[in-house]
Design a protein around this ligand. Structure first.
Ligand SMILES: *Cc1c(COP(=O)(O)O)cnc(C)c1O
Length: 369
């Protein structure tokens, strides 16, 4: 059997950039707390995406949590978020004792449907914040979503955990809303082994985020606390890995696009196969190549066929409104996300895969037709 092929796993630079930054941290004993790599990683990431300020945190989930806090979301507040996402988008809403309302996807973007969002605003006019997700690196329809949210004067958090390196109409995803969130978890397009970043043009809120993330220690000789705190900062070692990874981001996006184009070319004409949407205003980072199946061959057969060949594949995210823990919350939509879940498959999109590896995936799938 061939080597295991992954959906998406860590891929350090050939040049060893990450090691240089990590070694520097070791040599100066600045492995923690904070330090030069953290400050520089914040600056470099903010510059890369075109945001004014950034706070390096322990995870993307922590970044979503503190973005909600920065907006003032608290007990009883309603927050809209897409139903088609990873649970990490929603959990922080619950941490803040707020109430999620799940919004359906549209077929054009797979992301938050503007139509369903409008309906949700009519149903829950007192909503406090909206979280938008750029699933698999595909951008949501930001012009329309931002227009609606501005009209209702509601703050927007962009969960760009999966879309670092991707653009909507030439502007980096994660920089349209009031706050943007990135993740450097092990499966993301670049990784720090684990970590996240909150970006915003609001300098005061970003420095407040750093304060909350270091246990809310007031200015005093002793430890003085007038607010609830969290231990959410990124370590100087992780930030060193991140600085090295940032140097190869464009290279990773190019390879992800190559993988997507390869699959689409080789598999796109099989009966019932449609690939994820390719809108002309969107420059995705192609984090995970995904397709839907409407013909005789079902997703389970593809996943089992690949598994037998030691190749990882997975369904599209199971919608949150169908999850046992979240099904008690309101859902606004028509069932697009549920259909994507039923028919969707995420294909191995690991940037370490060679052309021979890709040929192996394609051959295994084609044999099912
Ligand atoms: C990975 C991910 C997160 C969470 O990031 P972590 O760094 O793992 O906490 C949030 N939202 C989405 C859509 C993700 O894919």
């Amino acid at each position: 059997m061939g080597d295991k092929l992954f959906l998406s796993s860590p891929h350090m630079s050939d040049e060893g950039y990450e090691k240089e930054y990590v070694n520097e941290a070791f040599d100066t004993n600045w492995i923690a707390p904070l330090g030069k790599n953290v400050n520089e990683f914040e600056k470099e990431l903010a510059e890369k995406v075109g945001s004014k300020h950034a706070a390096a945190l322990s995870s993307g989930t922590a970044a979503i949590h503190l973005a909600l806090k920065a907006i003032g979301v608290g007990e009883g507040d309603v927050v809209f978020c897409p139903t088609l996402t990873f649970s990490a988008t929603v959990n922080p809403i619950i941490y803040q004792n707020a109430t999620p309302v799940f919004i359906d996807s549209d077929e054009e973007t797979w992301n938050m449907s503007s139509k369903a969002l409008e309906k949700a605003f009519e149903k829950h006019p007192s909503v406090k914040a909206v979280i938008v997700v750029h699933l698999y690196g595909l951008s949501a329809n930001m012009d329309s979503i931002m227009e609606i949210c501005r009209r209702y004067d509601v703050k927007v958090i962009e969960d760009a955990a999966e879309s670092l390196g991707g653009y909507y109409k030439g502007k980096h995803t994660g920089t349209f809303g009031d706050y943007g969130v990135f993740s450097f978890n092990g499966n993301k397009i670049i990784t720090t082994s684990g970590g996240g970043m909150l970006v915003s043009d609001n300098e005061e809120r970003i420095s407040k985020t750093r304060f909350w993330a270091t246990q809310s220690r007031d200015q005093a000789r002793h430890y003085e606390h007038s607010e609830l705190g969290y231990n959410y900062r990124m370590s100087n070692v992780s930030a060193g890995i991140g600085r090295g990874q940032l140097k190869v981001l464009e290279e990773r996006v190019a390879r992800k696009k190559y993988i997507f184009d390869y699959y689409k070319r080789e598999l796109g004409s099989l009966e019932g196969v449609s690939f994820m949407p390719d809108n002309d205003w969107d420059e995705p980072n192609y984090w995970l190549s995904s397709m839907t199946l409407s013909g005789k061959v079902r997703p389970i057969e593809v996943m089992e066929g690949l598994e037998k060949e030691n190749i990882e594949a997975r369904p599209i995210w199971k919608p949150m409104h169908l999850q046992p823990y979240f099904e008690k919350y309101d859902f606004v939509g028509t069932g697009v996300a549920a259909t994507l879940f039923e028919n969707g498959v995420c294909l191995p999109s690991d940037t370490k895969m060679s052309d021979e590896d890709l040929a192996r995936v394609v051959k295994t799938i084609k044999e099912l037709w």
